[in-house]
Design a binder for this molecule. Structure first.
Ligand code: HEC
Ligand code: HEC
Length: 676
């Protein structure tokens, strides 16, 4: 190949990286962080780790699903969502060969609210626990959130059997992140052809998957789209934490963010006071200043989505390889109002519905002496076939109180009142709030109001509670010339504002760390809020201190000269025994294994130069190299790269001078063995 051709292919290969060098990333595969969490433990550990460090994991897999199902409330739907992936791209993909359709890999993800007893803290599981199960090897791969460290933990369970104590290990994070480049769950994009969502896959499963296997009820599930969505939501957690920890760097900013988050949840996710001065000054303005400081070239969020791949179509494209570098899901260049608000909504998802209901009830109890505000307007009755009367309240001025109500009469008496909409001036339009059965009062009626979900009271974006409404008229309602609507609101949110102020002081004086530089942690924040509101603290499952990690022994260097360069560049992923990835650097007979694998090693190294023609990602995986000039861009131009390629080439020349390894189809090259 002439120099010019090489230069041209290089340019093609790295065009994407050169752009990428500019951004900062919320997470990056080259910065996996420690395998073992510095603080806290994973959700999976919260659920199944005993205080003595051993695990109690329901077995078989169907029992694990049943156990998770009873911990989550997803209304009329199942809380555990799953798909089967008989022929996929994960590290477990070859385990069931050749019975792929008999022993498909299953993926589960959770949707819904934690089920908890009164007084329990419960654990938020929705898009925070993902499990993959391979029935042949009885292995579980687990990705689950660690609140204290603000990240997803990667774990692998082996010996998952009835007759043994399962072994749960912290995974080799840098290895997992070479495909899970977003440091979280990944999933193919629609139409999810590898999964049981694909009719062709499902019909093969129907033929081979033994119902006696008994673990999963329906073969064809429509859950693929949901798991895709849950993975995407999970993916945003890293952006939310980056904004909380770095973008909103002062306790004042975090207190303002928390106030908005609480307004958002207490109002039933209607919104929060975006135009309040302190919100704009303490949160928005600080976020913008820090954005320019930390992320002047933009903040990139890695993607959770892989390109779709159909297992029945013989095609292999580099872009379908999960190891290939993927373009970011989003790159944000500034914290505009939409982004700044969106991040708060993501953080708001750390609280369970029950957390918010408890706060809501407490505010109601404490706020009974808070100032009451009244809003009123007049209504016209609209003729309607009896026994209904429609009331249209308010003027055409959009800044005024407006309402559309409907009343049901029985024997001329109002028995039920419904609201289609209630528009509160300066705040929100409420859709179908629930109205309690009306009580008669002199010349009218009165009724309490609740949020449409029936569990929260009805609050505005400001946090004020809409206590009740009154309708008043003279004479018979049907003939009344004028009906007056009055709304009574109570400013109970003021109670919470005081608690937030105390919280801010406590954080400034280091008496609390809920607003410190640590990740956004539900437990710490709730505990401070509940203390401030003099509420009993909910019971939390004791979280056992993780056992000390065993320090990995340095590899005995069996390779010499330039071939020893394999250790620093490949050792982090290829030194453990196994086939996926092949443990060619595992101790003992390393040279023999490297020699056997040399054709594939050479091809994976060489593809850094000829990348565009290849169907497989080059090695080391491009995502695992640091972004920027000293990563994917510089590696194939480096002295070490050339020396390593030459050393492998020399090894191959000694074995097979005909050099067929240069051109043979990749899949026909000898398979790498993985150590013992
Ligand atoms: C070679 C690429 C690759 C590597 C490396 C890899 N995975 Fe995955 N993983 C996938 C793919 C592709 C999926 C989604 C589709 C599937 O499961 O087949 C996936 C899915 C998963 C899931 C299900 C939830 C989700 O993300 O969809 C878990 C759990 C998981 N992997 C754990 C791990 C752990 C733990 C490691 C490290 C030991 C790891 N993976 C390393 C490719 C990989
Ligand atoms: C950050 C982790 C990581 C590093 C570093 C890494 N690899 Fe890999 N390698 C992988 C993963 C993941 C796979 C795919 C495993 C799978 O899906 O079977 C892989 C696959 C391979 C394969 C393909 C094996 C086959 O069966 O086709 C070869 C060869 C290989 N790597 C060589 C290398 C070499 C040489 C280096 C160092 C120059 C290296 N790798 C560095 C993660 C890594």
């Amino acid at each position: 190949m002439s120099f010019r051709v090489v230069a041209a292919t290089l340019a093609l290969c790295f065009a994407a990286d050169v752009g990428a060098t500019a951004w900062d990333w919320t997470t990056h595969a080259s910065r996996p962080g420690p395998d073992y969490p510095a603080a806290g433990q994973s959700r999976f550990d919260d659920l199944y780790r005993r205080v003595d460090g051993s695990y109690r994991i329901p077995y078989p897999f169907s029992a694990l699903i049943a156990d998770l199902e009873q911990r989550i409330d997803n209304g009329a739907q199942r809380g555990v969502r799953y798909v089967l992936i008989p022929r996929g791209r994960s590290l477990q993909r070859d385990a069931p060969a050749p019975d792929f359709f008999r022993f498909p890999r299953a993926i589960i993800a959770l949707e819904g609210e934690p089920k908890m007893a009164e007084g329990d803290a419960g654990s938020v599981l929705e898009y925070r626990l993902f499990v993959a199960h391979q029935p042949v090897t009885e292995t579980l791969e687990i990705i689950s959130y660690n609140d204290a460290s603000g990240r997803f933990e990667f774990q692998v369970v082996t010996d998952y059997r009835a007759d043994r104590e399962p072994r749960v290990a912290t995974a080799n994070r840098i290895l997992c992140l070479s495909c899970h480049q977003n440091a979280g769950p990944i999933f193919p994009r629609r139409p999810w052809s590898e999964t049981s969502f694909n009719v062709a896959v499902a019909s093969q499963l129907a033929r081979h998957y033994p119902p006696a296997n008994g673990s999963l009820v329906d073969l064809i599930t429509t859950d693929a789209g949901l798991i895709d969505l849950l993975s995407e939501r999970a993916n945003y957690l890293s952006a939310a934490q980056a904004v909380w920890q770095q973008g909103c760097a002062s306790p004042v900013c975090r207190a303002a963010a928390l106030r908005a988050i609480l307004q958002y949840r207490l109002s039933g996710e209607t919104g929060f006071e975006r135009s309040r001065d302190d919100f704009r000054r303490d949160y928005l303005a600080e976020l913008r200043r820090n954005w320019d400081r930390h992320w002047p070239n933009g903040l990139a969020l890695a993607s959770s989505r892989l390109q779709d791949r159909d297992p029945f179509v013989q095609q292999s494209m580099l872009s379908q390889d999960p190891l290939a570098l993927r373009p970011p899901h989003a790159v944000w260049h500034e914290a505009d109002d939409v982004l700044a608000g969106g991040i708060l909504q993501r953080l708001a998802g750390f609280f369970s519905a029950a957390d918010i209901q408890r706060l809501d009830r407490r505010l109601q109890a404490l706020g009974s002496d808070r100032a009451e505000r009244r809003l009123s307007t007049s209504c016209r009755t609209r003729a309607h076939p009896a026994p209904r009367i429609e009331l249209v309240c308010g003027s055409s001025n959009p800044q005024s109180l407006q309402a559309r109500l409907e009343m049901l009469l029985e024997d001329g008496k109002p028995v039920e009142l419904r609201a289609a909409t209630l528009r509160i001036p300066g705040d929100a339009t409420l859709w179908q709030p629930l109205i309690d059965p009306p009580r008669e009062i002199p010349a009218g009626l009165e009724a309490g109001l609740r949020h449409a979900d029936g569990k929260l009271s009805q609050r505005l974006r400001s946090g004020e509670r809409l206590d009740s409404l009154r309708l008043k008229w003279q004479g018979r309602l049907e003939n009344a010339a004028q009906v007056t609507l009055e709304l009574r609101l109570r400013d109970e949110f003021g109670v919470l504002e005081q608690v937030l102020t105390q919280l801010l002081h406590a954080n400034r004086e280091n008496r609390s760390d809920s607003l410190s530089d640590l990740p956004f942690r539900r437990a710490a924040i709730l505990s401070d809020l509940m203390q401030g509101l003099h509420m009993p603290q909910p019971r939390r499952a004791a979280s056992a201190l993780p056992a000390a990690p065993t320090v990995a022994k340095p590899l005995p260097a069996e390779l010499t000269a330039d071939l020893a360069l394999l250790y620093p560049y490949c050792g982090s992923c290829h030194a453990a025994t196994g086939l996926h990835p092949p443990g060619f650097l595992a101790p003992g007979e390393t040279l023999a294994r490297v020699t056997g694998c040399a054709p594939r090693i050479w091809r994976r190294l060489e593809s850094w130069r000829s990348g565009v023609r290849q169907s497989r990602a080059p090695m080391p995986p491009p995502a695992s190299l640091p972004p920027g000039g000293n990563g994917p861009h510089d590696w194939p131009r480096s002295e070490h790269y050339r020396s390593l390629l030459q050393a492998v080439e020399n090894l191959l020349e000694q074995q097979e001078p005909r050099a067929e390894w240069r051109t043979t189809a990749y899949d026909s090259l000898p398979v790498c063995s993985g150590g013992r």
